[in-house]
Design a protein around this ligand. Structure first.
Ligand code: ZN
Length: 375
């Protein structure tokens, strides 16, 4: 999920909101208004609205702080963090790769709830210190701080529920990983727990929605659905990675990569290669060395009226700029790269020389063969 609205950069990380968050911001402000107007009946209307808006903005900032804590620990472990996005069901930090070790996963998972708990205690302490007003109830500032305190403590506790991909599930995964030394097994167990938690939320939400006709039931149901989806995806991914264990790119790659002379005009490339072979990716050769890659899709970058004048070389992606793997790369890692970069194939390059191509199709066939053999 990418941000639809960028807010700015914080510690080198892009912070943004997905449009679904705007809907929640309106609902949230409305329900805070309801809460404050029922609890503090003597407040003027303007104060009640201001308090509702201020707490919504501060709650939004609390979620950013929570995600920022995950992100900064990830950075400390050498992982790239691109963006933090807030959406209807909370926040998400886009961390470039998965934690390499169990301790990294453990501290990354724990950082968010610890931050929320710290903010919760701080707001609670400040709120009680500022204390009550002359009219009996809390002053608006103290009331906002105390509500913010409970929200942050709830955020911390909710996230500690041990079902992957909630933070508690990540911590559970890290502990099983450290104890068993088997990362994929840890993911499978933590994801199963996540599926259980998700089904619980879903059932509870449905029951509340139908029984009490409450909107919060609908929200809980949606959250359950979202978590079930994420937990199931993690489970399947762990199964696939287990299936690929021990395999290297060199075992699966194809060496029969078709080469195209670099000085060939695009028109001939289209007629004699793309249309005849139906392949999507070709290596571009110049003076007996592979200098780059060209795909059928690259043809669309040049107007077809100019195809006779422009050589393949000019449109090709130089080998150094293309995302590639080495023959020794584990297949599981190559698959993760393809997923992250949304690629269907990767060139296999060693010491500047192209050795072959690895595609999703190669990996799928290998997985099928392995599962047939193990039956
Ligand atoms: Zn978190």
């Amino acid at each position: 999920m990418l941000p639809s609205l960028r807010l700015g950069r914080l510690a080198g990380i892009e912070v943004g909101i997905h449009y679904t968050w705007l809907l929640i911001a309106v609902l949230l402000t409305g329900s805070f208004f309801g809460y404050f107007s029922n609890t503090y009946t003597h407040w003027p209307l303007r104060t009640t609205w201001s308090a509702a808006i201020v707490i919504s903005v501060l709650f939004f900032a609390s979620i950013i702080l929570h995600e920022m804590a995950h992100a900064l620990v990830a950075k400390a472990y050498g992982m790239q963090v691109r963006t933090i996005t807030l959406f209807a069901l909370g926040g998400v930090a886009h961390i470039e790769k998965q934690a390499a070790t169990a301790p990294a996963e453990f501290w990354m998972g724990l950082a968010g709830p610890v931050m929320s708990a710290a903010v919760g205690f701080l707001c609670g302490w400040l709120g009680s210190w500022l204390g009550a007003s002359a009219q009996g109830g809390f002053t608006p500032v103290a009331a906002v701080l105390l509500s913010l305190s409970s929200l942050n403590l709830m955020l911390a506790m909710f996230n500690l529920i041990p079902g992957f991909p909630l933070d508690g599930g990540r911590i559970l995964r890290a502990i099983i990983w450290a104890l068993s030394g088997d990362e994929n097994r840890a993911t499978r167990i933590a994801s199963r727990a996540g599926q259980g938690v998700a089904l619980g939320f879903f059932g509870l939400g449905l029951w509340e929605f139908l029984g009490a006709e409450s909107l919060s039931g609908l929200w809980l149901g949606l959250l359950g659905w979202f978590l079930l989806d994420a937990a199931t995806a993690s489970y399947v991914q762990a199964e696939v990675l287990t299936g690929l264990r021990g395999m290297r790119v060199s075992e699966l790659m194809s060496n029969d990569c078709m080469t195209v002379p670099g000085d060939m005009p695009l028109q001939r490339f289209a007629d004699e290669y793309v249309l005849k072979t139906g392949r999507r990716c070709y290596a571009v050769e110049d003076r007996d060395t592979i200098i780059g890659l060209i795909t059928a899709a690259d043809l669309t970058k040049v107007d077809s009226s100019r195809w006779t004048q422009i050589p393949v070389m000019q449109v090709a992606h130089p080998l150094a700029e293309v995302r590639s793997v080495s023959p020794d790369t584990p297949v599981a890692e190559a698959l993760q790269t393809m997923g992250r970069e949304d690629l269907n194939q990767l060139p296999v390059v060693e010491a500047g020389r192209m050795e072959g191509m690895l595609s999703r199709g190669h990996i799928l066939r290998a997985l099928q063969t392995r599962s047939e053999l193990s039956m």
